[in-house]
Design a protein around this ligand. Structure first.
Ligand code: NAP
Length: 304
């Protein structure tokens, strides 16, 4: 298949491209950060809304996976207009343009559409209640995609891996700081379901191959606190877990409000795929193996 990935320089985009190019032709869309990536790259800035049709007509992909977003929660609070353009208007336009051309479309959304007040795991039937500009614009993006293109896949995700910048993911945060002997806070009252980005990439591809459509939770099968995640990373990498101070997110001083419980059920997805999702420890092993093999340096070498 020919796969077009927007946001190809992002944490998901670059790893998805690297994973997918094993079995598919990959075209990455980037606004100028990538150089010498091992896949075809086309340059487009999505603040230019006339970009979609020529981009799809010149490349004619079978699948489009939209990884472009304004995904920094605090930046979204500062720049709500940009958040709306990238998180709501862009997915609507892409979903519409793909529907008109019969191109299968995947849109990435977030676990943070929920307010975190539920006890237990959220299912796809639970009513979202976004708590800030990021999650509001992402939820509006989901709704816009659903309306414009009912055959699209909408995946609510949360993942960790190695990024171009070297500091985009929570996994990198713990590895970078603990390696330097820095003390860090680990939130004990934010529960989430981290998935290794390569497992996410493989799962999205499997969903496309199975011709799934609609809304899915595509997160790790195991829920844990951000503190616990840090401890697991420290243990795997042989770093000092005592450098992680258990703390409440309420004392963090972060601008955007964070939901406390982002435990999402993956029952619908594992049922429709006909198999369980990969477990956390396998993903953490993969993250560590990449580190040992120099993968972080390799992908950082793809940027300008
Ligand atoms: N990371 C997580 O755990 C997580 C959790 C929940 C949901 N998600 C969702 O998953 C998706 C991917 O997230 P991510 O962590 O990979 O995000 P990311 O690392 O911030 O990547 C965002 C991508 O969008 C691109 N982009 C931003 N503005 C653009 C513009 N004007 N024109 C063209 N491209 C532009 C960025 O390009 P530049 O590199 O040039 O800025 C980058 O490639 C997003 O939809 C996000 O909301 C992520």
């Amino acid at each position: 298949m020919k796969l077009l990935i927007t946001g190809a320089s992002g944490l998901l985009g670059i790893n998805l491209a690297m994973e997918a190019m094993r079995g598919h032709e990959v075209i990455g869309v980037d606004r100028g950060r990538l150089k010498s990536a091992p896949f075809q790259v086309i340059k487009t800035n999505f603040f230019n809304t006339n970009a979609f049709e020529p981009m799809l007509d010149s490349t004619r992909p079978d699948w489009v996976i939209n990884c472009a977003a304004l995904a920094n929660l605090d930046e979204c609070e500062k720049h709500p207009d940009q958040a709306k353009i990238l998180n709501t208007d862009l997915p609507r336009e892409l979903a519409t343009t793909c529907a008109e051309r019969n191109i299968k479309f995947v849109h990435l959304s977030t676990d943070a559409v929920f307010d975190g007040t539920k006890e237990g795991a959220y299912t796809e039937d639970d009513v979202p209640n976004p708590q800030g500009i990021y999650s509001q614009t992402k939820l509006e993006g989901e709704r816009a995609v659903q309306e414009a293109n009912p055959q699209a896949i909408i995946a609510r995700v949360n993942f960790f891996g190695w990024s171009l910048s070297g500091y985009r993911s929570l996994g990198e945060f713990f590895v970078n700081n603990l390696s330097k002997g820095n003390t860090v806070n680990g939130f004990t009252d934010v529960i989430f379901c981290p998935m290794w980005v390569n497992h996410l990439a493989q799962t999205l591809t499997a969903m496309l191959e199975k011709d799934l459509h609609g809304l899915y939770h595509v997160v790790g099968a195991q829920a844990m606190s951000k503190y616990q995640f840090g401890v697991e990373v420290a243990r795997k990498f042989g770093l000092r877990e005592s450098l992680i101070t258990p703390q409440s997110v309420e004392r963090s001083g972060l601008t955007a409000k964070r939901s406390h419980n982002l435990w999402l059920s993956v029952h619908k997805l594992s049922t429709d795929l006909g198999r369980p999702l990969p477990d956390f420890s396998t993903g953490l092993d993969g993250f560590y193996t990449q580190f040992q093999q120099g993968y972080p340096q390799k992908i950082r070498g793809y940027q300008q």
